[in-house]
Design a protein around this ligand. Structure first.
Ligand SMILES: [Zn+2]
Length: 628
C-alpha cells in the first residue's frame, strides 16, 4: 500500500481478535474461498451475498467453526456440509457449534449467507468504501482491507499466515458497470437488470489481498512478453469510463510493461503470470497491491512501481505478522528506487534516495520493527515502515558490495517462501546463508534498534599519508549507542583523480591511516547516501597523525607493489590482527599476526587494503597493497 494522505489513527485502538477467537480460528486451515457478492457503485450496501469457505480441520477436532464478520452485517443462514446450522453472533464473529465434531484432516465446506450495510467512518475495521471521484466524477465502490478490514464486507479469517490455495470472486453488479477482482475473468453473465463478473484465481492468497471494485469502467488491456515465460502476461486495467481518464494516464499505465520486465529480471518472473496483472481505479490517494489487480487512485511512475513490486514482496511472499511489515513495505518502497535506477535518470534516482534518507532522519528515533500491531498508523508509518524500511535494503546492498549477490538473495528468498508467509528470521536466514556471516548486529541496530549514527570526522593529509578520525554517537543512544557499519569516504587528490575508500566502523571513536593515496585536498563522507546518518562536521585537523605516527611508521609492507607468487614481508607495531579487503570491501584474508611475518602472495591483480588492528581494537592502520 502507498497512501499519500494517510490519516493517522493512533488514537483509535482496538483488539484485533480476542485470544479465544484466535484459538478457534487456528483450528483450521483455509483451502478455498468463493465469494458471491451483490454490490453496486452507488453505495457500500451489499445485497444478498454468500461466501463459501472450504477448510481443513487441523486441531484434533473442531467443536466450533468461527468466521470473522462485522456485527453491522446481517447473517441470513449458515450451511455446513450441506446442512443448515444454528450460529451465534459474538462481537465481530460468527460462531457455529458443530456436532458431530469433524476431526483432524476432515475437509469442511461452509456457506455463510449475509447482507447489509457495512460499517463506515475511520476505523481499521472498515474495508469497503463508496465515493465519487472528485477529479473524474465517477462513482465507485471499492474495498481495501489491509490490515483488518476484510471482515467488514465478507465472512473471513484474518490470519496472515493462513493463505487460501485459490479464490473465486463472483460479483453481481448493475448493468452498465464493471466489477474488477483477483485472477482471471472467466465470464460475464447477463442476468435480469444486472451483470455477473466471474473472476477465478488459482494462486495462494492472504485474506487482505482479496478485493473488488465496481464502477463504470472501460477495460484497457495489453500484453507483455517476459523472457523466460512461456506466454505473455495480460495487463488488464479497469479505467473510469470517462473521455479524459484513459488519455490522461495511458502513458503511465503503459509503463507497467517496462516495470514488469525490470522486476521480472531482478526478482524472478512475475509470480502470477498465468493469470494477469491489472489495475482497477478507485478514488483514494494512493494504491493497494490487491493480488493480480492493484487498486490505484491515479498513475505515477513510483506508485505503479511500488504496487507492482508488492506482487513479489507482500503478495507472493506475505509477511507472517504485521510486526514484520518491512518484508512487504520496505521491499516495495525500495523497488521504487530499483525501478528509477533501471528506467529513470540518475538524478531522479538520487533525488528519491536523498529525500527518503532525509525523511528518515527528520526524527531521531523509531524502529522498522513494529512493536504495536494494533495501531495501524504505526504499522503503516511512512517514515519508519516505508522510508527506513527501504533504506535497510539499501544498506544491505552497500554492505554486500555486490549487486548480483544482492538480487540473488532476494530471488532465493522469493523462491523459498513464495506462495506462503515469511517472518524476519526467514529473510535473515537467506541472507546469512548466502554471505556466510552473521547479520545479528545489522538487524539489532537497524531493524529492532532505533536511530542512526551522527558523525564528526577529522582528517589530515601529510607525507602521503591520509589520517581519518571518526567519532559517532547514536541519535537515540539509549537504543543504539553507536553503529557498526561500513562507511564510504571519497578523496579529492592533488594531481590524481578522485577515489573512494571504504572504512569499517566498529567503535564510537576510531582513527585510520592510509598510505599511498597521494596528497588529499578534501574528503566527502558517504557522498552517495549509502547509509542513514547525519554528518555534523568534516574538518581538516593538522594535528591529526602527529602522535599516532609512531605506530604508523612501524607498520609496513615490502615490496609494494608486489606480484602474485612473490614473498611479501609484513611488519606490524605489536601483535594484533591482519585483514585484507579489496576496495569494494570484500574480505580476502583474516588472521592473527605477531610482530613480523612473510607470505607468498596469492591474490589476483588489483588494489587491496591491508589492515592491522591492535589486540584491544583501539588502534587500526591500513596500507594499500598494489598487485600490478
Ligand atoms: Zn506498499
Amino acid at each position: 500500500m502507498r497512501s499519500l494522505l494517510w490519516l493517522g489513527l493512533g488514537a483509535l485502538m482496538w483488539a484485533q481478535q480476542d485470544p479465544a477467537t484466535r484459538a478457534l480460528l487456528n483450528k483450521y486451515d483455509v483451502k478455498f474461498w468463493w465469494l458471491n457478492i451483490q454490490a453496486t457503485n452507488t453505495s457500500t450496501q451489499l445485497g444478498p451475498s454468500w461466501v463459501l469457505t472450504r477448510l481443513e480441520v487441523t486441531a484434533p477436532e473442531l467443536d466450533t467453526l468461527v468466521f470473522e464478520l462485522h456485527s453491522s452485517l446481517t447473517v441470513d443462514s449458515v450451511i455446513v456440509q450441506g446442512t443448515q446450522r444454528s450460529f451465534i453472533r459474538r462481537g465481530h464473529t460468527i460462531r457455529i457449534p458443530l456436532s458431530p465434531r469433524p476431526t483432524q484432516g476432515t475437509l469442511v465446506e461452509a456457506r455463510v449467507h449475509y447482507r447489509g450495510v457495512p460499517p463506515s467512518g475511520q476505523s481499521s475495521l472498515v474495508g469497503i468504501f463508496n465515493r465519487q471521484s472528485p477529479t473524474w466524477g465517477n462513482q465507485v465502490t471499492w474495498t481495501l482491507s489491509q490490515p483488518f478490514g476484510a471482515l467488514s464486507w465478507w465472512p473471513t479469517k484474518q490470519i496472515l499466515a493462513d493463505k487460501a490455495d485459490s479464490v473465486w470472486t463472483f460479483l453481481t453488479v448493475p448493468l452498465g458497470t464493471r466489477a474488477g477482482a483477483v485472477g482471471v475473468l472467466e465470464g460475464i453473465d447477463t442476468l435480469s437488470g444486472q451483470v455477473r463478473f466471474r473472476w477465478k484465481s488459482r494462486y495462494p492468497i492472504a485474506y487482505y489481498l482479496v478485493a473488488f471494485s465496481v464502477a463504470e469502467y472501460v477495460d484497457y488491456s495489453f500484453y507483455v512478453t517476459i523472457p523466460g515465460l512461456p506466454a505473455p502476461i495480460r495487463v488488464q486495467n479497469y479505467i473510469y469510463n470517462n473521455p479524459q481518464t484513459l488519455p490522461t494516464f495511458k502513458a503511465e499505465i503503459d509503463t507497467t510493461a517496462a516495470l514488469l520486465r525490470v522486476f521480472s529480471q531482478r526478482y524472478g518472473p512475475y509470480p502470477f503470470w498465468r493469470e494477469k496483472y491489472g489495475h482497477m481505479m478507485a478514488p483514494f490517494s494512493g494504491g493497494m497491491e490487491h493480488q493480480t489487480m492493484t487498486t490505484q487512485g491515479f498513475f505515477t511512475f513510483t506508485l505503479t512501481a511500488h504496487e507492482l513490486a508488492h506482487q513479489w514482496f507482500g503478495d507472493w511472499v506475505t509477511c507472517g505478522s504485521w510486526q514484520d511489515i518491512w518484508l512487504n513495505e520496505g521491499f516495495a518502497s525500495y523497488s521504487e528506487f530499483v525501478a528509477l535506477q533501471a528506467l529513470g535518470t540518475p538524478a531522479a534516482a538520487q533525488s528519491w534516495l536523498v529525500s527518503t534518507h532525509d525523511a528518515v532522519i527528520s526524527e531521531p528515533n523509531g524502529s522498522v520493527w513494529v512493536n504495536d500491531t494494533l495501531n495501524d498508523a504505526r504499522i503503516f508509518s511512512s517514515r519508519l515502515t516505508y522510508d527506513k524500511g527501504a533504506y535497510l535494503l539499501h544498506m544491505i546492498r552497500f554492505r554486500l558490495a555486490n549487486d548480483s549477490l544482492f538480487f540473488a538473495i532476494l530471488r532465493n528468498y522469493l523462491s523459498l517462501f513464495g506462495g506462503g508467509a515469511a517472518w524476519l528470521r526467514d529473510f535473515r536466514s537467506v541472507l546469512e546463508a548466502a554471505t556466510g556471516e552473521s547479520w545479528a548486529d545489522f538487524f539489532a541496530q537497524w531493524y529492532y534498534g532505533e536511530g542512526f549514527p551522527i558523525f564528526t570526522v577529522r582528517w589530515n593529509s601529510q607525507g602521503g599519508v591520509l589520517w581519518l578520525s571518526v567519532s559517532q554517537t547514536g541519535s537515540w543512544s539509549s537504543s543504539v549507542p553507536f553503529f557498526i557499519t561500513p562507511l564510504e569516504v571519497r578523496l579529492q587528490r592533488q594531481g590524481a583523480s578522485d577515489t573512494s575508500l571504504r572504512i569499517y566502523l566498529t567503535q564510537p571513536f576510531q582513527t585510520f591511516s592510509f598510505s599511498g593515496v597521494g596528497t588529499v585536498s578534501g574528503i566527502q563522507v558517504d557522498p552517495a547516501y549509502w547509509i542513514l546518518r547525519r554528518i555534523d562536521s568534516v574538518q581538516r585537523d593538522v594535528s591529526l597523525g602527529i602522535k599516532e605516527g609512531e605506530a604508523e611508521h612501524a607498520f609496513f609492507l615490502s615490496p609494494n607493489p608486489v606480484k602474485k607468487g612473490e614473498q611479501l614481508f609484513i611488519q606490524v607495531p605489536t601483535e594484533g590482527r591482519i585483514t585484507v579487503y579489496d576496495l569494494q570491501g570484500r574480505l580476502f584474508y583474516e588472521a592473527p599476526i605477531s610482530s613480523t611475518e612473510s607470505w607468498v602472495v596469492s591474490l589476483t591483480p588489483g588494489v587491496y587494503q591491508v589492515i592491522w588492528t591492535a589486540p584491544q581494537g583501539n588502534q587500526l592502520h591500513r596500507r594499500l597493497l598494489v598487485l600490478p
